[in-house]
Design a protein around this ligand. Structure first.
Ligand SMILES: [Zn+2]
Length: 345
């Protein structure tokens, strides 16, 4: 068996064979509720021990009022309990778009919600009389992909969510990695370009500014403004206005074979792959799972990511190579992961 692998070739001999020590479910097999609290909506589900959502509920997020957010969570939990058909609901997991403290009780800060040091666990627990855990939403999604999705067969996995921004979560040696203060795993904010594009976090040159939907839109609009004659397919989708180009238009034009759009998605994939090489040098995961809206471009994105990864990987050819795989659970990963973490509380 050769230890050299060409980029983009998946031979079975090089497929990671690390088996998860305990596949299947460790906690109970009863029902738990997962709640995914985002900036605009609260999505919740009643989830069984195999990660299957048996009932779902939704509310708008009253983002500016912490007590109203709690009230909306309590309300959707109540609704789902009434739909459990007599089965016991054991616990609640809340995935929140923000920094969650190491004891998984408090939301320290949420960029798109009015939460500042919000004692969310206590508030939900007191009003539902159900044990509650709070987790960062990207961590919850990573846990779901690890248990039931793209990382189900390995012990070390990183989820990268390529949406408007670039988020993610780390599962290392079978455990969700939170860091000393609970706020680790912010993969989108290591610097890849000195003095690069300004990031929402206040720094410049973060990976998110090159490998995200926002980056794709910025590059596509720039390209359409500077080379309109080569961007005719993109401009047509955007009603002739470069400023109206959005991410899904680029992936759509790329899927239809447009050269400019394909190159834009390929550039994004290359940035993604090069950053994965950096993560691999530090953390050595067996699998990197790619989710989020932009990942709907599938191999148009993943193939350049694999190539970019391979070109940048340290000591390539002299080490086993991780796999880059698409996510399996889509938008429901946050609900499923939060519910499963509640089961294992
Ligand atoms: Zn940043």
């Amino acid at each position: 068996m050769s230890d050299v692998r060409e980029a983009g070739q998946d031979s079975p001999a090089n497929t990671p064979t690390v088996a998860k020590a305990a596949s299947g479910v460790e906690g109970s097999s009863g029902l738990t509720i997962g709640v995914d609290v985002g900036g605009t909506k609260i999505a919740a589900g009643l989830v069984d021990g195999t990660g299957k959502i048996v009932a779902e509920g939704r509310r708008e997020t009253p983002a500016t009022s912490p007590p109203e957010i709690v009230a909306a969570i309590v309300e959707v939990v109540k609704e789902l309990r009434s739909r459990a058909e007599g089965r016991e609901v054991e616990a609640i997991g809340v995935g929140a778009a923000g920094f969650v403290d190491a004891s998984r009780s408090e939301v320290l800060f949420a960029p798109n919600l009015a939460w500042r040091k919000e004692p969310l666990k206590e508030a939900v627990q007191a009003r539902t009389s159900l044990p509650t855990v709070v987790e960062n939403d990207a961590n919850a999604a990573a846990w779901a992909e690890f248990q039931f999705g793209g990382g189900h067969d390995v012990d070390d996995m990183i989820l990268l969510t390529v949406g408007t921004g670039l988020g993610g979560g780390l599962v290392l040696s079978g455990e969700l990695y939170r860091g000393a203060f609970g706020v680790g795993g912010e993969v989108g904010h290591f610097r890849v370009v000195p003095n690069g594009h300004l990031c929402g976090c206040g720094n410049r040159g973060c990976w998110e500014q090159y490998a995200s939907g926002r980056a794709l839109v910025r590059e596509a609009r720039d390209f359409a403004r500077s080379s309109p004659s080569q961007a005719d397919a993109l401009l047509e989708l955007a009603g002739g206005k470069a400023d109206r180009i959005e991410g899904p238009m680029v992936t759509k034009a790329a899927a239809a074979g447009d050269t400019a759009a394909t190159e834009l998605v390929q550039d994004l994939g290359r940035w993604l792959g090069e950053g994965i090489a950096t993560l691999a040098a530090v953390l050595d995961p067996a699998v990197v799972v790619i989710g989020g809206g932009v990942s709907e471009a599938a191999d148009l994105l993943l193939e350049p990511a694999r190539n970019g990864f391979w070109r940048q990987l340290t000591a390539r050819g002299h080490r086993p190579t991780l796999e880059i795989r698409p996510a399996v659970l889509g938008n429901e990963a946050g609900i499923i992961g939060a519910a499963d973490l509640a089961r294992r509380r």
